[in-house]
Design a protein around this ligand. Structure first.
Ligand SMILES: NC(=O)c1ccc[n+]([C@@H]2O[C@H](COP(=O)([O-])OP(=O)(O)OC[C@H]3O[C@@H](n4cnc5c(N)ncnc54)[C@H](OP(=O)(O)O)[C@@H]3O)[C@@H](O)[C@H]2O)c1
Length: 241
């Protein structure tokens, strides 16, 4: 589980443990951020210091976690601003983290999972993948890229015994949402869901084998509209300021 120290990742980790996961690797950028996470269940939670933008850290994680069968690419960032004039460095950081991070993680852990007899890859995307909300910079583009990468991984990995799942949350009560609301206040017109509710719905979807998981009421609504009229979703999301 990447980004396991807070937000959706932390709730997902807790839910995996509640559902009797034998062991969970909690990955985060800073070891001190993992202390409260491992303290909750030191027998089963193994801390891993992992920045998903670092190829060296990912190689070290593969060595440290050889029995992985489920990889959750949850870590992500948002940077605020409009693509037309914001700092390009900020956009590059979003792409490095939200696109290249999961790409490197899947490339590194697919052989591990296959070697362990198969398993699953879960990519936490966003309903933002379906429309370019202007105030949140490169975030929607990064999530659209992750969505299409998820589809490509599925074709390559299902024959190798690895199921691939895309998760499309709507607004969830985390630090990231608070940050996004400061630039795109219209997002606040949707009532947010708690990370715990979202975590439960993600694991329910994984257990059912759903390729696409819409884990909250807003995401389910957007998913249904998108299935019949993608332009309508584009209109709703791009017109948010
Ligand atoms: N909240 C929402 O409304 C919402 C909606 C749709 C999708 N999502 C997606 O859900 C996922 C989790 O978001 P959240 O809301 O839980 O956000 P959050 O509370 O801001 O947590 C983000 C997590 O990602 C980690 N992270 C960021 N950059 C990283 C890197 N380079 N390497 C490793 N870890 C890194 C953070 O670590 P640090 O503590 O070190 O910063 C933190 O653990 C993200 O992919 C996000 O895009 C969120």
């Amino acid at each position: 589980m990447t980004g396991a120290n807070r937000g959706i990742g932390r709730a997902l980790l807790a839910e995996c443990l509640a559902r009797d996961a034998a062991r969970a690797y909690a990955a985060a950028r800073r070891s001190e951020a993992l202390e409260p996470v491992t303290a909750a269940d030191p027998e089963r939670v193994v801390p891993l210091v992992l920045d998903v933008t670092s190829p060296q850290a990912i190689s070290a994680a593969v060595q440290a976690a050889p029995d992985v069968t489920v990889l959750v690419n949850n870590a992500g960032v948002v940077n605020l601003g409009h693509l037309i004039d914001m700092e390009l460095d900020a956009v590059e950081n979003v792409i490095r983290t939200n696109v290249l991070g999961p790409l490197r993680m899947v490339r590194a852990f697919a052989p591990v999972t296959e070697h362990n007899g198969g398993g699953a890859i879960v990519n936490v995307i966003s309903i933002g993948a379906f429309g370019g909300t202007p105030g949140v910079g490169g975030y929607p583009a990064s999530k659209a890229a992750l969505n299409l990468m998820t589809q490509a991984f599925r074709e390559d990995l299902v024959p190798r015994g690895i199921t691939v799942h895309g998760v499309f949350p709507g607004p969830v009560e985390t630090d990231m949402l608070a940050q996004a609301l400061s630039s795109a206040p219209d997002l606040g017109t949707y009532p947010p869901t708690t990370p715990q509710e979202v975590a439960r719905a993600i694991l329910d979807g994984l257990e059912r084998g759903d390729p696409e998981i819409f884990p909250d009421p807003i995401s389910r609504e957007i998913g249904e509209i998108w299935a019949r009229d993608p332009k309508d979703v584009e209109r709703r999301l791009t017109q948010m300021r």
